[in-house]
Write a protein that binds this ligand. Sequence first.
Ligand code: FAD
Length: 337
Amino acid sequence: MKKTDTIIIGAGPVGLFAVHQLGIKGLKSIVIDNLDKAGGQCIELYPDKPIYDIPAVPECTGEELTKKLLEQIKPFKAEFYLNERVEEINQVNEDWTVKTSKKNEFVAPNIIIAGGVGSFEPRKLSIKDAERFEDQSLFYAVRDKEKFKNKNLSIFGGGDSALDWALELSKNSKVTLIHRRNEFRGAPHTLSQLKKLENEGKVSIKTPCQIISIEGEKYITSISIKYDDGKIEKIQTDIILSFFGLIMKLGPIAEWGLNMDKKTIEVNSKDFQTNKNGIYAVGDICNYPGKLKLILSGFHEVALASVECFKRARPNEKYRFEFTTSSKAIQERLGKK
Ligand SMILES: Cc1cc2nc3c(=O)[nH]c(=O)nc-3n(C[C@H](O)[C@H](O)[C@H](O)COP(=O)(O)OP(=O)(O)OC[C@H]3O[C@@H](n4cnc5c(N)ncnc54)[C@H](O)[C@@H]3O)c2cc1C
């Protein structure tokens, strides 16, 4: 079991800035997120949209903010565990242990929950047998593209993920791209590349149609799709890749015995601790009188929570408030001295 000073659940903007606030105090952290990349809502929901209310940054997109935060926390060498969801937390004496969906276990005196509106999860296919084939021959994300080499791939969706992977995987596999509308939402440039491949007979594009059944015993052998005009077509398929977007689920957080108000965790606004000592909630997931669901509020919340984290992680040391401009210790931690 890996030990650290603070386990941060959620790599959204607030979880990322928590690494900074802990790091300047000399505390180590581990960050866990269900998504395959850091950035939370900023990267998943509005990577290209400009944000105008980050102090001293007149304008930056969700993606730019994420990149800047990652750059800012680089000196602290936090360990990231992506693609895994925190399932369980348990108390062991004064410490907390965390178990993830990949069966990783961590222990720390502090847990900062920066879980936003919950974990982002793929919208799943709602047809018979879909669950039975999941992770065998039906996937909602590409973790290892080697798995999809030299196969008959049926890729569902009309957004960037579906278009990008259709293009990429068509290099080594037979790809059929299937969408319920004639219009695609993904980048026009990628679509025109796919249309060119279709004209060359290297990719098939089927619209407007939806999947109606999956055939196969242990593995998928074919699927059937139904066009809007009622026509049904069977497509030889080894693997389905489905990109119907993400939904947000509070998930296991609701089962950790924390005081909840609807889908948020109640905290005090002094140090952002929950009803359990050593467990803090910050960012969109926390709730206290006057709470504003803004990134800048989350930044303030982690600054205060990190002070209490220091006290629990270093019970024999005295916490000293310091400015980054004048503290040699902080500048050393940032690699400036
Ligand atoms: C379209 C849009 C525009 C916005 N514009 C602005 C703006 O202009 N200014 C502004 O200040 N705010 C804006 N916001 C709000 C802002 O994005 C949020 O306040 C901010 O993202 C909250 O950050 P967070 O780190 O608390 O949570 P999130 O960004 O939601 O990140 C939480 C992360 O926790 C992960 N997670 C949750 N549960 C688990 C679990 N059990 N295990 C592992 N990981 C888990 C999730 O996968 C997610 O990545 C906007 C929001 C939207 C949707």
